[in-house]
Design a binder for this molecule. Structure first.
Ligand code: ADP
Length: 334
């Protein structure tokens, strides 16, 4: 439940539907993936057929669900949305697949978390538009082949490398989603502000964008918190100062670090002289679980070049010292 967490919370889900771009032109950034998809979809439309299966890889909140909806819209096709963890048994998948209509888009989020038997059923469905439904148990079990209408699978995963190669190979196209540049996030903020009827200045949008960790979902969430502040503590207009003051209240700093991120850096600098220090020791020092530090705080700190994972332990980079307003130690001579 972090303000700067990339995974959707309940409030995100409630408002995101209204903020989603509806077509490829409205979709901001990701120019490479956008152009590639544009070609794939235009070619499928010209052939009057169904688009190839698409794999989208990238961190949460970068727009994978949004793109899958855009794919359906561009193909004038309905869409069904499910996720790997929701498919426990091959039978769950069989019932979804057998109810698809011709050309339908099936969005499978977190596809790397599907069960093994379901995954194997998916291979055949993707390749031959066919599944074998097993009826009965033990020696008497029989496989009843079932023809499926052609459909487009859009799989989403945090990293394409997590997928077994046979599954990866069955996608006609893989789009790698990148973190967004600040200028792109400013456009996201302006667009969302328009839809939410919030007045935002250019500097206000820039201030929110620079704290959004390259992620549109976070930009939209910070915008909502800043809007609250602007309404209650200011005149409703989001300018640079209002955005900065609001996000100070929520402890999101100029670079998008929150309390936990800064606690990790402070411990590293103040208690361990900048490291190297082992992960477990560091976790104890900030009073968090090892996994929390490793999975929640570190990825962004590493991405920002503030922390390095070395064989001898975690090390604060000179940028980390400077970010906390300190002077980095001189590198040891020799
Ligand atoms: P993911 O499926 O990768 O977790 P989503 O597609 O749910 O991410 O996107 C999260 C939110 O961010 C959506 O509500 C959408 O409004 C916004 N968003 C994502 N990508 C873009 C974009 N390129 N342009 C504008 N808004 C975006």
């Amino acid at each position: 439940d972090r303000l700067v967490g990339a995974v959707a919370d309940g409030e995100d889900l409630a408002v995101e539907a209204a903020l989603r771009p509806r077509d490829l032109h409205e979709f901001i950034g990701q120019s490479r993936v956008r152009e590639q998809l544009d070609l794939v979809l235009a070619a499928a439309r010209a052939r009057g057929g169904t688009a190839d299966h698409v794999l989208l890889s990238g961190s949460p909140g970068l727009g994978k669900t949004t793109l899958s909806m855009i794919i359906a819209a561009e193909m004038a096709a309905p869409i069904r949305i499910t996720s790997g963890p929701a498919i426990q048994h091959a039978g769950d998948l069989a019932s979804i697949l057998s109810s698809l209509t011709e050309g339908e888009v099936l969005f499978l989020d977190e596809i790397h978390r599907m069960s093994r038997p379901a995954e194997e059923m998916l291979y055949m469905a993707m390749e031959d538009f066919r599944v074998d439904v097993i009826v009965g148990k033990g020696p008497g079990a029989t496989a009843i082949p079932l023809e499926l209408p052609p459909f487009t699978l859009v799989g989403a995963t945090t990293r394409a490398g997590l997928l077994p190669p046979p599954l990866r190979d069955r996608f006609g196209f893989t789009g790698h989603m990148e973190f967004y540049e600040p200028a792109e996030l400013e456009r996201v903020v302006h667009r969302s502000a328009g839809l939410l009827a919030v007045e935002v200045s250019a500097e206000g949008a820039a201030e929110i964008a620079s704290r959004s960790r390259g992620t549109p979902r976070i930009a939209n969430r910070l915008l909502r918190r800043v809007r609250d502040y602007a309404q209650v503590r200011a005149d409703g207009v989001v300018n640079r100062e209002v955005a900065a003051r609001a996000l100070e209240v929520y402890e999101v700093d100029a670079r998008g670090l929150d309390r936990l991120d800064r606690a990790v850096l402070h411990a590293l600098l103040d208690l361990f002289g900048g490291g190297p220090v082992g992960l477990s020791t560091l976790a104890v020092a900030v009073g968090e679980e090892r996994e929390t530090v490793e999975e929640v705080a570190e990825p962004f700190l590493v991405r920002e070049g503030l922390l390095a994972r070395t064989p001898r332990g975690r090390v604060a980079t000179p940028a980390a010292w400077r970010h906390l307003g300190r002077t980095p130690p001189e590198p040891a001579a020799g």
